[in-house]
Design a protein around this ligand. Structure first.
Ligand code: NAP
Length: 256
């Protein structure tokens, strides 16, 4: 029996993409899961498919009243809160000199303020339940810079830093807080992106939502000695720069 039986989890942006894979993975662990998203139709369909252990509640992560309602619903549907996954996020194109003011603010609002509001709202419930875990879905864009997506990079570095602040602040209440950093993953968010983006990575393919969900499941269920920590799922994208192509290594003893 899972240590989180009769306890609940809430996954923001859980209607599709990485969030939907996380919902499935946590439900398999015996947690009652709330899908919390602005995409009502897809969220309701997923909840319907997964049965009574999973429910959908509309949540815009930037709205305080939505958080109160969704957290109350998580506890009344499934039991005391154990896990919060701040996964909802948006990506907008625009470099430092191109991005428009309202877009810059909106990306920070959803990706950073929304995650803070989630932690701020959920921490008292987790503390009352004797502790739990918060997982913030950042990105490799929270570990390095990327051109052309300035607001996104700022939001994901912010979330990485906020994770460390929260890990320190919430440790006395028995709450672990970690960040997960996916590289390019095949989801609706990356639908327009071409395979050339991943061609030079050590693992030269897009990742699958289930591969990120497996890491998030691990952080939630197994990583009991980790807090404030960064967990990377990126096909090696942030490992370093490749200075030579495999052909130039023809004298390699293992044939590379
Ligand atoms: P996705 O397919 O676009 O799914 C994200 C979900 O969050 C969507 O249902 C989206 O609704 C919802 N959402 C957007 N704004 C919201 C809000 N204010 N409140 C609640 N829900 C909201 O994205 P994904 O690729 O699964 O990404 C999930 C997370 O992983 C994001 O934080 C993303 O930045 C991060 N990530 C993704 C990748 C990747 O390659 N896919 C890489 C690194 C990090 P709408 O579709 O209506 O916006």
């Amino acid at each position: 029996m899972s240590k989180y039986n009769h306890r609940s989890a809430i996954v923001t942006g859980g209607s599709r993409g990485i969030g939907a894979a996380v919902v499935r993975a946590l439900a398999k662990e015996g947690l009652g899961v709330v899908i919390a998203d602005i995409r009502d139709a897809e969220g309701l369909q997923l909840a319907d498919e997964l049965g009574s252990g999973v429910s959908f509640h509309h949540l815009d992560v930037t709205m305080e009243s939505d958080w109160s309602r969704a957290l109350e619903a998580a506890e009344s549907d499934h039991g005391p809160l154990a896990v919060l996954v701040n996964n909802a996020g948006i990506l907008d194109i625009g470099g430092v000199t191109e991005v428009h003011r309202p877009i810059f603010r909106h990306v920070l609002d959803v990706n950073l303020y929304g995650a803070w509001l989630g932690m701020h709202s959920a921490a008292p419930l987790l503390a009352r339940a004797g502790g739990g875990v918060i997982i913030n879905v950042s990105s490799t864009a929270g570990l390095m810079g990327y051109s052309g997506i300035a607001a996104y990079v700022a939001s994901k570095w912010g979330l990485r830093g906020l994770t460390k602040a929260a890990a320190l602040d919430l440790a006395p209440a028995g709450i672990r807080v970690c960040s997960v950093h996916p590289g390019p993953i095949r989801t609706p968010m990356t639908a327009g992106l071409d395979d050339s983006l991943v061609a030079t990575q050590p693992i030269p393919r897009f990742g699958e939502p289930d591969e990120v969900a497996a890491m998030i499941r691990f952080v939630a269920m197994e990583a009991t000695y980790s807090t404030g920590s960064e967990f990377v799922v990126d096909g090696g994208a942030t490992t370093g720069a490749i200075l030579a192509t495999p052909e130039t290594h023809s004298d390699s003893p293992i044939g590379l």
